[in-house]
Write a protein that binds this ligand. Structure first.
Ligand SMILES: [Zn+2]
Length: 543
């Protein structure tokens, strides 16, 4: 079992920063004998020692780094502030996947790392502006970051930078030789530091323990690493078709936040102190970059205006889902009210975002009539968009969300055909709608095909479990639920379910057929060996 889950909930308390700060804090504790990796506060002093080169013996093997990452990931999946909002997730993926493709094409990600690492992004409900890399190719993105960036290029700038920390093996280089002997300890310390960063009492306890000095002064990647991540990250984002102005735009935001002394909301600023050199480098790179060959120039690509409208809606969504509090939600609704009442014709991206936020904010107070009125205004404003554009698809999903919340789905279900839906967010929303409309068979047939191609999609497995359950296919339902646990790396929980399904099939053979029984037996054996393997690793780690 995981020794780590004791630390949950990691993300409660939300006051202090959570991110690389916390992670590298944990690592820094273990690096006391390695001054070349330590860094002076504020990134002002030059690093005295060079970085170990790639392939250096002090580098953690990729498989081992992944194992540490998996332990942390399993804990994050169970945290209440882990956000599995499919709409926002698709948006982040629409930026993340082109970055990954560009990094592969440039050779920044080796075949081994590509294979061994997860390259997965977590969305975390947290209003502070932050993103961070974890061991094993996991990245965390706070809702606060998406809520504050002005365009997708700024988000790409941050993700490209974090991706580069992973691809350049900065994390593994921070983990020293002696730390490698106890990977479970590293994982535990990272989670402990994450928990402490969310919990002032625990943080105070650490200060009392005298470790705060290490936490405050050695917590960052070295300045050389930051410089490298800036350089590699910018190259990746340019190759992926993003605009280099995103980097400068992000720096300007951080600089402004620094001037206003507002770093409490800008956790990223604490982990990435700005120097005039970093800003100067970014500006120089922007000037050297080829004049932006707009993404929209490619055939079938969307116009800059469409991308801006879509971003405005997704950024608004992140602000609402980040739980801003009742007063802010009311203000969002009031702004949408004002726009609905006053503006006669076309709306700019800002107003479109405000209306979208108004719909979601009003849904939270279950005022469906008003939410529908804002959505109608939004649809009028965007009537000129082609039906297959992201903007139109986002509107269609918003309409479905209103129907699901208001319980009016059975009226609309006749129009839903999921047999050809390819967007994950649309597929999951439409599946929920069809389940609400009493059509579990359609859902089961489409989702069972989907999970064959996407076996790690826990949310899809869970909906599939409901679809089977609604048809009284109990053994299949339990197995689908077990697969959702496997997808989120909780093997013991998965095994519990598979064993329960086996017992049920024995006592009540009608709960499944021969095929169900055979699949469940096979999966129980496979998951059982995963549980045993994990237990053995834990044991050997502790030696
Ligand atoms: Zn960085």
């Amino acid at each position: 079992m995981y020794p780590l889950i004791r630390f949950k909930p990691i993300f409660s308390g939300l006051r202090l920063c959570f991110g690389k700060t916390a992670f590298v804090t944990a690592i820094a504790f273990m690096l006391s004998g390695n001054p070349s990796l330590a860094q002076a506060p504020g990134g002002v002093t030059r690093s005295t020692g060079g970085l170990p080169s790639l392939g250096d013996s002090s580098e953690l093997p990729a498989a081992e780094e992944r194992r540490i990452g998996d332990r942390i990931a399993a804990s994050i999946y169970r945290d209440p502030d882990y956000m599995d909002d499919p709409v926002l997730f698709d948006y982040v993926q629409s930026i993340w996947q082109p970055l990954m493709a560009a990094a592969r094409a440039r050779g920044d990600i080796s075949a081994e790392l590509d294979e061994r690492f997860a390259w997965d992004v977590f969305l975390i409900r947290d209003r502070s502006v932050n993103a961070f890399a974890l061991p094993g190719g996991y990245l965390g993105v706070h809702s606060g970051l998406i809520g504050v960036v002005s365009n997708r290029d700024e988000l790409a700038a941050v993700l490209g930078h974090e991706l580069s920390h992973v691809s350049q093996r900065h994390i593994s280089r921070l983990i020293s030789q002696q730390a490698r002997q106890a990977p479970w300890m590293i994982g535990a310390m990272i989670l402990g530091a994450l928990a402490a960063s969310k919990n002032p009492q625990a943080a105070n306890a650490m200060i009392a323990g005298g470790q705060a000095v290490a936490a405050q002064s050695q917590l960052n990647f070295s300045r050389d690493m930051e410089r490298e991540a800036d350089r590699v990250g910018t190259g990746i984002m340019l190759d992926a078709g993003f605009d280099a102005r995103g980097v400068v735009g992000m720096f300007e935001k951080l600089q402004q936040a620094g001037r206003l002394n507002d770093s409490g909301g800008f956790a990223y600023l604490r982990t990435h102190p700005l120097s005039t050199e970093r800003i100067g480098d970014a500006q120089a790179r922007q000037q050297l970059a080829p004049p932006t060959a707009p993404v929209a120039a490619k055939p079938g690509a969307e116009t800059a205006e469409q991308l801006a409208l879509h971003h405005a809606m997704m950024s608004a969504r992140a602000r609402v889902l980040g739980d801003p509090g009742v007063d802010i939600l009311r203000a969002m609704s009031a702004e949408a009210q004002r726009i609905t009442a006053n503006t006669p014709t076309a709306l700019d991206a800002r107003a479109v975002g405000a209306l979208y936020a108004g719909v979601l904010a009003t849904l939270k107070s279950r005022d469906f009539k008003t939410a529908q009125a804002y959505a109608d205004r939004l649809r009028t404003a965007l009537a000129g968009q082609s039906t297959d554009s992201r903007v139109s698809q986002t509107l269609a999903m918003l309409q479905l969300e209103i129907a699901l919340e208001a319980g009016t789905v059975p009226l609309n279900a006749a129009q839903i055909d999921i047999s050809k839906t390819t967007s994950r967010a649309a597929l999951l929303l439409q599946s929920r709608a069809l389940l609400a409309a009493g059509k579990p068979k359609d859902v089961a047939s489409r989702l069972s095909a989907w999970v064959t191609d996407h076996p790690k999609d826990a949310a899809a497995w869970r909906l599939l479990a409901v679809a089977y359950g609604n048809q009284n296919l109990t053994a299949r339902a339990i197995r689908a639920d077990a697969e959702a646990q496997v997808a989120q790396l909780d093997y013991p929980a998965a095994l519990d379910r598979l064993r329960a399904a086996q017992a049920m099939l024995r006592s009540n053979p009608a709960s499944g057929d021969f095929m169900d029984a055979s699949i469940i037996d096979t999966r129980a054996r496979q998951v059982d060996s995963l549980v045993k393997e994990q237990a053995m690793q834990d044991k050997s780690d502790r030696k």
